[in-house]
Design a protein around this ligand. Structure first.
Ligand code: PMP
Length: 305
């Protein structure tokens, strides 16, 4: 990733990609205290548009508040940095990685509070779980790793260190021949994927776990709005592992994963064993919205030009 051409917004400056570096004694590298976002821009008929930028930036600032970090830039400056980075790199559709981390001013558990560094990087990124997965669905397994307890790591914060749990779960699933993991919470109920929220379709109703143990996903909120618009009831409830096995459809949502169907859980085919009809409908509507083809959702798009 480091050896690319282009520019990264780094503490208010547009820095050459290859020079956007930090020291090995960077605090966040040692202890994982930092907050970040994943954001996407899509190519539309009116040029590049960033999807729900203000919501992502709000979550970034909320994440910082939760973990007790003071960010040295305003939300407006971070929003503008996204726009500038698209332009500086001549991108049309891309994935963004805004992040705030502690620098190398001081090591030891307590960071130097005013040593917060910020970046916004952007690069082209296709379907996170593969084009085939988007069309046919992916194979997932229930992880042997438990999702975070709400009073151990702060679940509402998209915090760097929280992702150790995601990495272990995803790595285990992929090593075992699956595409992704589903994590259960400390009580044994379905929480989320390693980087995705989860939905279950049963008898035409959409079910998803409440947010006690899952990230407050922006794609999740978008899908709930789409479902409401097309008259599909959405119920937030505890979901058990066996309810997944007998579901009509299961799908993941996330900025990277977009709307990804799940065709198999623990080697059991879900529903028709391929992308189901409600998943297909929601997926198509989601892509129409992000590509600016649905005028009713223009408020979710920030056009770069
Ligand atoms: N859960 C986790 C753990 C995630 O990392 C993500 C990706 N940010 C999501 C859910 C989905 O959130 P969003 O739709 O806002 O990308």
């Amino acid at each position: 990733m480091a050896d690319r051409d282009g520019f990264i917004w780094y503490n208010g400056e547009m820095v050459e990609w290859k020079s956007a570096q930090t020291h090995v004694l960077t605090h966040t590298l040692h202890y994982g205290m930092g907050v970040f976002e994943g954001v996407r821009a899509y190519e539309t008929a009116r040029g590049s548009a960033i999807f729900r930028l203000q919501d992502h930036t709000r979550r970034l600032f909320n994440s910082a508040k939760i973990v007790g970090m003071t960010l040295p830039f305003s939300p407006e400056a971070i929003n503008q940095a996204h726009i500038d980075v698209v332009k500086a790199n001549g991108l049309k559709s891309c994935y963004f990685r805004p992040m705030a981390f502690y620098g190398s001013a001081k090591l030891g558990v307590a960071p130097q509070a005013d040593d917060v560094q910020m970046i916004v990087a952007a690069w082209p990124w296709g379907a996170y779980l593969g084009e085939e997965g988007m069309a046919r669905g992916i194979r997932v397994k229930i992880s042997s790793f438990t999702r975070h307890h709400p009073n151990i790591t702060m679940i509402k914060a998209k915090a760097n260190g929280n992702y150790m749990n995601s990495i272990m779960a995803n790595t285990e699933a992929v090593r075992d021949g699956y595409d992704e993991a589903i994590l259960l919470d400390a009580q044994g109920y379905v929480a989320e994927g390693s980087g995705e929220n989860i939905f279950v379709v049963q008898n035409g109703v959409l079910y998803t776990p409440a947010l006690d143990v899952a990230l407050d996903g922006i794609t999740r909120k978008s899908v709930m709005a789409i479902a409401k618009e097309i008259g599909i009831e959405v119920v937030e409830k505890r979901i058990t592992r066996d309810e997944l096995y007998t579901a009509d459809e299961v799908f993941f949502t996330g900025t990277a994963a977009e709307v990804t169907p799940v065709r198999e859980v623990d080697n059991r085919p879900i529903g028709i064993g391929s992308r189901g009809p409600i998943t297909t409908d929601i997926q198509q509507r989601f892509f129409a919205i992000v590509k600016g083809e649905n005028p009713a959702y223009q408020q979710w798009l920030t056009y770069v030009d």
